[in-house]
Design a protein around this ligand. Structure first.
Ligand code: PMP
Length: 351
């Protein structure tokens, strides 16, 4: 090894789901929204003045922060925006998880949490989900350096009751508790109202799933103004111009159109419930997902085999070769037609 290599910050990176360039594919592998963004997004993109691109974007992201605050009935100083919720979460790890005590998160959860912890040298401990993949609230009592979990959890899709979330927050008043609500709009109850009661709570959401803007990269955190100020201090110390001009303009349109949001998320919920019935009949078992994906294992056929067979037919789902979950497929909810093709394939394959 050359000497300089001893000083490299070596990390094991997060592996995102693949983005195949396959024209014929049914893409059910990265929990994207199968419907296009709200019509206003297209309009704003068409009308976008490219001369604006000479200029740096407005660093406080005011138009977008204001639009998000208005949507939730918050003050603008309760909102932080970033380049997808991955950026927001990374800034939160960097800002608040700065204790010698371990940060706590579930053993089966969003696989970016341990990547950030390792990269930033944040001590952490995982807490095992129970045999039904439920988070046990008591596991998060006691001294720690912070708590983070998704609700619904990923990749299980299972939702936790708001009362249990409040219990975890109430037991952790000395640290920051982060509820990652990437999938909350598909049937969950948000912890957002609790930010008025608990100054140690951050609720993180994204435009990537329920607002069909994964490709634009917009995420946000909501919490007490003091927390938001601290994240902004770190953001400005890292990269002042996070949100590009188009993300600001298009993001505003995506959050403004409440009717389109309701219509598309309801379609996804309906398709999810339809898919659950079909999968159950085919011999799959799964928790009661409240997200835009189903995490399912077949009673007979190994997940890896199904994953590969689907792939050959240009149907992409997600498979994690990780302990406890290596017999599960994570199946994103597409359009009704896409899910019909998916189910039809399984009906033939599993005969
Ligand atoms: N949190 C969870 C639980 C997720 O599954 C994802 C999607 N990979 C994210 C956050 C990040 O999403 P984005 O950066 O697109 O907002």
């Amino acid at each position: 090894m050359e000497n300089w290599e001893a000083y490299v910050r070596k990390v094991v990176p997060y592996v995102p789901g693949e983005q195949p360039q396959d024209e014929r594919m049914i893409k059910l592998n990265t929990n994207e929204n199968p419907y296009p963004p709200a019509p206003g997004v297209l309009r704003a993109l068409k009308e976008f003045d490219t001369d604006k691109l000479r200029l740096y974007p407005e660093p406080t992201c005011k138009v977008l922060v204001d639009a998000i605050a208005k949507n939730y009935g918050l003050d603008s100083d309760q909102v932080f925006v970033g380049v997808g919720s991955d950026d927001v979460l990374a800034m939160i790890f960097l800002t608040f998880f700065n204790s010698k005590k371990p940060v706590l998160f579930p053993d089966i959860t969003y696989s970016f949490y341990d990547v950030w912890s390792n990269m930033l040298r944040i001590p952490y401990e995982v807490r095992a989900l129970d045999e039904n993949f439920l988070i046990k609230k008591e596991d998060y009592y006691g001294e720690n350096g912070g708590v983070i979990f998704p609700n619904p959890n990923a990749p299980t899709g299972i939702l936790m009751e708001l009362s249990e979330i409040e219990d975890i927050i109430a037991h952790n008043r000395d640290v920051i508790v982060v509820v990652d609500e990437a999938y909350i709009d598909f049937g969950g109850v948000s912890a957002l109202p609790l930010i008025e009661k608990y100054d140690n709570l951050l609720v993180v959401q994204t435009f990537s799933k329920s607002r069909s803007l994964a490709g634009m990269r917009v995420g946000y955190a909501m919490g007490n103004p003091k927390l938001i100020r601290y994240i902004n201090d770190v953001k400005y110390s890292f990269n002042s111009y996070t949100m590009n001009q188009t993300a600001l303009a298009l993001g505003v349109e995506a959050i403004r159109d409440g009717a389109y949001f309701e219509e598309t998320r309801q379609k996804i919920i309906d398709t999810r419930e339809w898919t659950k019935k079909k999968l159950k009949a085919l011999g799959f078992k799964f928790g009661d997902s409240m997200s835009n994906f189903i995490f399912a294992a077949h009673e007979r056929v190994p997940a890896k085999e199904l994953f590969e067979a689907l792939r050959k037919k240009h149907i992409y789902v997600r498979y994690f070769s990780k302990e406890r979950i290596d017999n599960y497929l994570r199946i994103s909810i597409g359009t009704r037609e896409e899910m019909e093709t998916f189910v039809e394939f399984l009906e033939n394959y599993l005969q």
